[in-house]
Design a protein. Structure first.
Length: 367
């Protein structure tokens, strides 16, 4: 069949809307009608060449869809199922999948942006093959993807909410609630108040954190963060965030700090504002090749921990389940995160807005 998609043909060039040829789903695969897709900085990194992905490619790794067709050997999904889309389809048999961290699946990483049989489902009119980001490529009308990418949702969950669970909510909330030392009443600082940062704030609220300190450079985003549970806000343009956090915690520092932006400055600030024995977690993906300085003496003497959290730190479906249940119990309000909607034809405008800092919360495509 033919369908429209936004295609990355060249780095640092606008995405191009093209008619692509899409094959039918094969063994263990499904075809979905894409309903919503999030506008995420990770896509922007690829567009600007600061993150690696082969091209030509259909980007889009956060979203929701409705299954319209299933291939052979698909037993747990059916046409009409409304689904959260995962950009990590785990193989189920590698060391990482068998030891409880399928978000790090080695087979998924090895194959990259092709399907699990190492072939393509998309091609141009001239028969040039097209990659799909995360094996899903959601900046398109339809996607043929592995069945593992689809998590069915109950009727109570809207497709808008489902789209956000596909990346920013799972990445931010999961980094907090799935952390091995996360517990009720901890104090938390979150650097960056984009979609992932606001989600991390909601994760801290789920833990009934005693203090949730939001740090950003934008007053509007900081004010927005208070709607989701931030108890204190710091504009890093106006004051030193580390000093302010120490003031707010009687000189001790917070139990946990999360860098949801992903830069050397925000990572270094995260490390400098935690208490002795505290945890700093890098959540946001920065540019490839960027490095932060670490005070090795302080790391030892203060027994600090610096770690990374990728896609919620565990099985995406496990985190999806926790977030869906929290939404059903009115503990989360993800739809309030959506502040702008764009049609596929306006996708470049959406990314221009994101690049210029003109999006508070999350923008999504309506497909």
């Amino acid at each position: 069949m033919h369908m429209k998609a936004a295609l990355l043909n060249q780095i640092n060039k606008p995405l191009e809307i093209e008619d692509l040829i899409q094959e039918d789903p094969k063994f263990g695969e499904v075809k979905i009608k894409v309903n919503y897709a999030g506008i995420c900085a990770s896509d922007l990194h690829v567009m600007e060449g600061t993150a690696s992905l082969p091209i030509p490619a259909v980007l889009g790794h956060e979203g929701s869809g409705t299954i319209v067709e299933v291939g052979p050997n698909v037993t747990n999904l059916k046409p009409g199922d409304r689904c959260i889309m995962s950009f990590v389809s785990n193989c189920g048999h590698c060391t990482y999948c068998r030891t409880g961290i399928p978000n790090l699946c080695s087979e998924n990483l090895r194959i990259g942006s092709k399907l699990f049989d190492n072939t393509f489902r998309l091609k141009k009119q001239n028969n040039e093959e097209v990659y799909q980001m995360g094996k899903i490529g959601l900046f398109s009308e339809y996607s043929v993807c592995p069945q593992q990418a689809c998590y069915p949702i109950p009727d109570e969950i809207s497709l808008e909410t489902a789209a956000l669970i596909g990346c920013c909510a799972t990445t931010g909330i999961g980094a907090v609630i799935n952390h091995p030392r996360a517990k009720t009443g901890i104090s938390v600082a979150i650097f960056g108040c984009g979609g992932v940062g606001i989600s991390a704030i909601q994760g801290a609220k789920l833990l009934n954190a005693s203090k949730i300190i939001a740090v950003d450079l934008d007053d509007e985003k900081l004010q927005f963060s208070r709607q989701f549970g931030a108890t204190h806000t710091i504009n890093a343009k106006d004051e030193n965030p580390t000093n302010k956090i120490l003031d707010l915690t009687n000189g001790d520092g917070v139990d946990m700090a999360l860098d949801t932006f992903g830069s050397n400055i925000t990572t270094e600030n995260s490390l400098s504002c935690i208490r002795r024995g505290g945890d700093a977690v890098i959540v946001g993906l920065g540019s490839e090749g960027e490095f932060a300085k670490v005070d090795m003496v302080s790391m030892v003497r203060k027994q600090l921990t610096l770690s990374g959290s990728y896609y919620g730190s565990t099985s995406s479906h496990e985190t999806f389940s926790k977030i869906v249940n929290a939404c059903k119990n009115d503990q989360l309000d993800l739809e309030k995160l959506v502040t702008k909607k764009f049609p596929l034809e306006k996708i470049n405008q959406a990314f221009e807005n994101l690049k210029n800092g003109e999006i508070t919360g999350r923008a999504i495509l309506e497909l």
